[in-house]
Design a protein around this ligand. Structure first.
Ligand code: RIB
Length: 302
């Protein structure tokens, strides 16, 4: 089995359920407030561990109880958290998440210790870049760290997967040439492309990303499934399961990427890995919370 390396964010999620999206000037009474382990990077590493992958996580937390809980949760599914930085300078990252009755959410992130995931810190753990086979990155840590890690991993011949979330405008062009795969959702694709999302232009957009240097493009489309354009030009549309009862979409994208990476690490071809990823995220959306919603390999039925 290949070795997976996640460099990314770790947050404690403060989750509320609201009857409707907040309007400017409105005060709403929330039903509850739950604390759930989250953060896009940590969600991916947790999902990798729970799905039977061999994963190591590099991130940063504060010297507080939230940080301790996040690290322990990753360890509970076998993730190597040795390289997680504990800093006295900032608190653990936090995310305030509002979930609406249709399962959609809005997320406000306070980065805290995630800002300490610096290029220097990754450089100090360079051996992990050398030892891994697949590197997974997102955009909730400093961009210069993402650039450094992607460039180094590419130089070392590793497969680099970028989840371009949260969407960031004006990513440096050279980043794309280091990517084995990019996995935007509709919103992130429109930011990457600089124009509104158009389902009829999916192939064109994916080809444009390939022209920028990415080998493979996988776009998740929520209830419409996903679209894959591979390096050899092969296209694939993966339908969503229309019977799924959506409760909370938090971490659906994170677990999709993680499941894809796990399947690749176990030798599956990319299109089959995408099918596995879709099955995993179809389960995630039926459950509340981030890491609390991620199924085990057995639950997915492999
Ligand atoms: O993708 C979901 C995640 O985004 C949440 O867990 C939250 O912490 C933010 O990072």
């Amino acid at each position: 089995m290949k070795r997976l390396f996640v460099i990314g964010s770790m947050n404690m999620d403060f989750v509320t359920h609201l009857p409707h999206a907040l309007r400017p000037g409105e005060t709403l009474l929330a039903r509850d407030l739950e604390l759930v382990p989250g953060g896009k990077g940590a969600n991916q590493a947790y999902a990798m561990g729970k799905l039977g992958g061999s994963a190591v996580m590099l991130g940063a937390v504060g010297a507080d109880l939230h940080g301790q809980h996040l690290v322990e949760n990753l360890r509970s599914v076998g993730v190597d958290t040795g390289p997680v930085r504990r800093t006295e300078d900032s608190p653990t990252g936090m995310a305030v998440i509002s979930v609406l009755p249709d399962g959609d959410n809005s997320i406000l992130v306070l980065p805290g210790a995630n800002a300490q995931v610096t290029p220097d810190y990754v450089q100090a753990h360079h051996h992990l870049l050398e030892e891994c086979d697949i590197l997974v990155l997102q955009l909730e840590i400093p961009l210069e760290t993402v650039m450094y890690a992607a460039r180094e991993a590419y130089r070392l011949g590793k497969q680099v997967i970028l989840d371009p979330a949260p969407a960031v405008e004006g990513l440096p062009e050279e980043l794309f040439q280091w990517l084995y795969l990019v996995k935007p959702n509709e919103t992130e694709l429109s930011v990457l492309m600089g124009h509104p999302f158009d389902p009829a232009a999916l192939r064109q957009d994916a080809l444009a990303l390939q022209a920028r240097g990415v080998k493979n493009v996988l776009v998740t489309l929520g209830g419409a499934g996903s679209y894959l354009l591979q390096e050899d030009g092969t296209e694939r549309r993966l339908p969503a399961d229309s019977t799924v009862q959506v409760v909370d979409t938090t971490a659906a994208g994170d677990s999709f990427v993680a499941a894809l990476a796990v399947a690749l690490s176990q030798g599956k071809p990319l299109d089959q890995a995408a099918e596995f990823a879709a099955r995993v995220s179809d389960i995630v959306v039926t459950r509340p919370g981030a890491q609390t919603s991620i199924p085990s390999r057995e639950e997915v039925g492999l």
